[in-house]
Design a protein around this ligand. Structure first.
Ligand SMILES: [Fe+2]
Ligand SMILES: [Fe+2]
Length: 274
């Protein structure tokens, strides 16, 4: 009998790292992934679990509430772009102003899809709701009652990193890492949800498409990978404008903390679902 190997997040991240020209940035990413193997394993196993059985209505509400908190960071992206744009508008040096405005614009590019710019205004929030509401009977999954403190804390952590952290690089590392990580996460999530639907539901092809479009939209055309590279562009413009260098230690630290905190969300979720 052929055994199906469990997919790893790293297997989806590694090919993308080859495109990172800056070898120190690439090594910060690789080191962070290696050091946070246990966190990655935790997340992989929770997705594996989600795909393996049918869940109670309450469990699904917890899953969709928590998962949403770890994504959909459009406000934080906007905040980070505003910070760089404000510095640019304040600058009296034309070259510096130009670089800061470019850095802001490149960072903002990561929200085109979320906003539905090329999809008739269909936002990713709408697609996410289609996913959730394919498994639960109403929209109460969005209520506080189904919120997990760890997931809420994660969302706050991401927002503060991008909008409040004293060094703008922290925000750029956070946005950059979330894009590359999300690319991998959606790649394993699509299998989990396909399996869940195929083994436990009688969805019509249309219903299945409606349910999974949110996840699929992030994988097709390598959407998240492109977002990862535009944030690297933004970082390069920013450090040039700020007349500084990339803080690789801060980068690695930010990547590792992101994964650790995210793993606590999945651990907490795992304890609560049945
Ligand atoms: Fe999105
Ligand atoms: Fe993205």
């Amino acid at each position: 009998m052929k055994t199906i190997e469990q997919q790893t997040l790293v297997s989806f991240i590694e090919p993308a790292l080859e495109h990172v020209e800056d070898s120190q940035l690439r090594s910060a990413l690789q080191q962070a992934l290696a050091n946070q193997e246990p966190a990655l394993r935790t997340i992989e196993s929770v997705f594996e679990k989600i795909g393996s059985q049918n869940w109670t209505e309450t469990s699904f509400k917890l899953i969709f509430n928590a998962w949403k908190e770890t994504h959909l960071k459009m406000l934080a992206i906007y905040g980070l772009s505003c910070r760089m744009q404000r510095l640019g508008l304040e600058s009296t040096n034309q070259e510096q102003q130009y670089l800061l405005l470019l850095a802001a614009a490149k960072n903002a590019e990561t929200s085109y899809e979320d906003l539905g710019l090329d999809f008739d205004g269909g936002t990713h929030t709408e697609l996410y709701h289609n996913l959730a509401e394919s498994f639960v009977s109403d929209d109460s999954w969005m209520l506080q009652a189904f919120s997990i403190p760890e997931a809420k804390a994660f969302k706050t952590y991401v927002y503060r990193n991008m909008v409040v952290a004293p060094d703008i690089q922290t925000g750029l590392f956070t946005n950059m890492f979330s894009e590359i990580y999300n690319h991998a996460e959606y790649s394993i999530a699509i299998n989990a949800f396909n399996r869940l639907i195929d083994e436990h539901y009688d969805f019509t092809p249309q219903q299945k498409t409606k349910a999974t479009t949110y996840i699929f939209a992030h994988i097709e055309d390598e959407t998240e990978l492109n977002h990862f590279t535009v944030v690297i562009d933004s970082l390069n413009y920013y450090v040039k404008a700020a007349n500084t260098t990339i803080d690789y230690a801060l980068a690695q630290n930010t990547f590792e903390t992101y994964l650790q905190k995210l793993a606590t969300v999945f651990e907490a979720l795992d304890q609560k679902i049945m």
